[in-house]
Design a protein around this ligand. Sequence first.
Ligand code: NDP
Ligand code: 2IT
Length: 448
Amino acid sequence: MEKDENLEEFRRWLKERNPGEEEFLQAVDDLATDVFSLYTQNQDWYDACVLLHLCEADRIISFRVCWEDDNGAVHVNRGWRVQYCGAIGPYKGGIRFHPTVNESILKFLAFEQTFKNALTGLPIGGGKGGADFDPRGRSDREIMRFCQAFMDELYRHIGENTDVPAGDINVGRREIGYLFGQYRRLANTFSGALTGKDIEFGGSHVRMEATGYGLVYFLRCMLAQRNQELGGQVVAVSGAGNVALHAAQKAVQLGAKVVSLSSSRGALYYRDGIPRELIEKALDHRAGSTELLTGMADACGGEWHKGSTPWSFPCDIALPCATQNELDGNDARALIENGVKMVAEGANMPCTAGAIEAFQKARIPHAPGKASNAGGVALSGLEMAQNASFTRWEQERLNEQLVEIMQDIHRQCIAEEQGEKDYINYHRGANLAAFRRVASAVYAQGVG
Ligand code: NDP
Ligand code: 2IT
């Protein structure tokens, strides 16, 4: 039996080849389950082992990051860049700084990114990077020195036509500024080798907002498909970072009631809806998420649920926007019991396989991150286009393009979905549409 002749054989092969890499196995399994028959039925792709090709990164660079804290103590961290698939364009994807970062997590993120980027329709390949660095409690100078030390190695592997990193967890505008400055000094070139830059040095309008706003634009398409509107819906959001706050802001602007936000230490719940001014003020905060949310709870009279997630609160729509596997089967069942009608992922792979199964069984439309959070990387693609043409586009035009891209991704999901009449399996739709584009590009460029 060939390893890609039968899904069970394929799974066994994959597991043996990537021992202990749970997140990577989860991400590949999720895609392979949906696309396996499409793959085996396409003789060209099958003969060229396209699926097996896509189970291996083009390359993984791992390196030492050595830096000095404010007291002169030296720290040694580990950094990575996973250049997963360059068949559609330069490697593209964020950088994450978090103590939990490891090769499995970055491989899963780079794998997801490859298919997400394909859905945007833009010429961008898939990559992801990061370090096992914990920025919590570090001074601004320490963050700067860490970013510089990280770039001391990374700079030789990236470039506007090679690999273009951006932000992810704990890497935002400030970190991208430090990373870009060090890249510019070392490479002695001013180019669009990173996205998410400050508007004053090559950044794009709407990039900061794009993931959260794009998520809500996608959600609006899902609701419209069912002849529903966002106005008046009760929305539970998790996380309190870039994606969560911009999603909350846009949802409230469009008339929804956002009843929760969360951090790694607990959840804020406010039944009457977190006031818009508080969400907007939060976008400028510099404190950690927990300090921010406990402060918000005091300011609006909301409840702080220490150690909890938002998934036990009643809501119509759930938007997990914090991190991978933050919503499991039990959480999904609690949400369903409490009346959830729709779920759209702002984070990458926030729902476990058990959660997805529970939503699908209950016929709750569930959008996977590779479709619903693609707005961020899409705007990054537009930042690359502006940098390459030495120009800057207006905010309104970029927002319209973001809306169109999210509508187009929604259309692609539906076009692929030939399931039941009354229920759209966005998961399968996104996987099929994305795989079709990546597999065609890999095949057309020859085995190698
Ligand atoms: P931020 O660093 O801005 O915010 C992350 C938020 O998630 C914080 O509130 C953080 O709380 C919380 N969080 C992090 N880890 C955990 C955890 N283990 N358990 C519970 N909460 C946690 O990151 P982003 O908003 O940029 O990213 C959030 C998600 O969205 C990630 O999955 C990322 O990959 C994805 N994403 C990001 C894009 C972007 O453009 N930034 C684009 C597409 C997807 P605390 O401070 O307590 O850790
Ligand atoms: O997960 C993601 O899509 C991101 N972190 C954004 C990637 C990018 O290159 O803008």
